[in-house]
Design a protein around this ligand. Structure first.
Ligand SMILES: Cc1cc2nc3c(=O)[nH]c(=O)nc-3n(C[C@H](O)[C@H](O)[C@H](O)COP(=O)(O)OP(=O)(O)OC[C@H]3O[C@@H](n4cnc5c(N)ncnc54)[C@H](O)[C@@H]3O)c2cc1C
Length: 375
């Protein structure tokens, strides 16, 4: 049995950045991933990374995570900005939030907005809020870069190694063909944390597990460079490659377990999104559905992340419940958790998102709380 100072369970955004920051602090780190790095939700995300969020703490996390991507994996980042289309009365709240967080933005009047997105039907009460410093992350390229960075820092990466269970008392992780003992372990298994911890008799993580889905369309004509979010119907879209568009919305399909995730987008989602697009596109005949995919996400009862010590287990830590915002929240939260483990001092995010707030919570959340939007 090999001993490591810190074992990270899961090689998504959270696991890779946790291992990265821990190794930078001088920990001897192993990262264990059941598939390949990024094979969970992270590699299936749309890669949208905006500061146009509702909670001030989320805006700060998003700003910090953007900086981390720029520093650690700059090749995977494109600064394209982000455009939110919203009713003019809402934009005054959005502006206040962005001012408070010191985010650069520009308001597009109804006429300017209609001119920017000529391919879309704009309501006469809508304006645009454009944040020019926002980015998109190329998630497939990102994980190749992170694999290199981790190896450069001496992190032992176990890809295609499934953790079967965890003995919190003995501080041992059982893999299919091996065992690892640890001083500290971080659970970064995303939507899979819940089953692993329950099976190991450690804690019932209070998350709801759901499938998140996107569709891809081939577009005749130019595809707009800037990711767009339509507040009215919660549809987001971003250019993907030369002539494709990725489209999704807040549709969350509740699952009993991540293994129940449908392999392809479900009919109800395709129909709902199709209807919303028809309503907004001036020339829907130029858009041909070419595919799509699904991935699993997890959400907590209050929609906020879960970050910190697993209740009653001083050597076990968790980051979970990142919802559909893990690309934006993950890197900064990983950095904060490692700061906490190495110094014992809890940064504000760890205080705010402590798992201890759910020690008396039984069962699972009823629904996913949407924190991207006011409506
Ligand atoms: C379709 C879709 C679109 C999205 N779009 C966006 C977006 O545009 N912007 C955004 O910010 N967020 C987006 N998200 C959400 C984002 O992808 C997640 O919040 C984020 O990836 C969560 O990261 P994670 O590291 O916690 O989990 P994951 O990436 O799921 O990583 C967990 C890893 O743990 C591994 N694992 C699980 N069990 C074990 C075990 N027993 N042993 C070893 N390894 C194990 C899994 O294989 C997995 O790789 C989207 C999600 C989906 C599905």
């Amino acid at each position: 049995m090999r001993h490591e100072e810190l074992v990270v369970v899961g090689g998504g955004i959270v696991g890779c950045f946790t291992a990265y920051f821990a190794a930078e602090k001088g920990f001897r780190v192993a990262l264990v991933e059941a598939g390949h790095l990024g094979s969970g939700s992270s590699g299936k995300s749309a890669g949208i990374h905006t500061t146009q969020l509702v909670l001030p703490i989320d805006i700060q996390l998003s700003k910090r995570s953007q900086e981390i991507y720029r520093n650690v994996a700059t090749e995977s980042v494109s600064k394209v900005g982000f455009l939110s289309i919203e009713p003019y009365w809402m934009s005054k709240y959005s502006k206040k939030l962005l001012d408070g967080a010191d985010v650069r933005y520009r308001v597009l009047s109804n006429g300017e907005l209609a001119d920017w997105v000529r391919w879309m039907r704009i309501r006469d009460y809508e304006v645009g809020l454009y944040t020019p410093d926002d980015i998109v992350v190329d998630v497939s390229g990102l994980f190749s870069i992170l694999r290199e960075r981790l190896s450069g820092l001496g992190v032992r990466v176990y890809e295609w190694w499934q953790i079967t269970n965890l003995d919190a008392g003995q501080r041992v992780i059982n893999l299919e063909r091996d065992r690892l003992s640890f001083d500290y372990a971080v659970l970064a298994g995303g939507a899979w944390n819940r089953d692993l911890l329950a099976k190991s008799g450690v804690w019932r993580v209070p998350t709801l597990v759901y499938a998140c889905q996107v569709l891809s369309f081939n577009v005749d004509g130019n595809v707009f460079d800037v990711p767009v979010f339509i507040e009215e119907n919660h549809v987001y879209m971003r250019r993907f490659g030369q002539s494709s568009l990725l489209v999704g919305n807040g549709f969350a399909l509740k699952l009993k377990s991540p293994s129940d995730c449908p392999p392809h987008p479900v009919r109800e989602f395709i129909d709902e999104l199709g209807q919303k697009l028809l309503d907004r596109l001036k020339h829907p005949e130029n858009y041909r559905l070419t595919g799509g995919w699904t991935g699993v996400c997890s959400s907590t009862p209050d929609g906020r992340p879960l970050v910190g010590q697993v209740p009653g287990n001083p050597y076990l830590f968790i980051i979970d419940g990142l919802d559909g915002y893990g690309i934006m929240r993950g890197p900064a939260l990983s950095q904060d958790l490692i700061e906490y483990i190495s110094t014992g001092k809890a940064p504000a995010t760890i205080e705010a998102f402590t798992p201890a707030r759910f020690t008396n919570f039984a069962g699972e959340p009823e629904e996913v709380i949407e924190l991207h939007s006011w409506l």
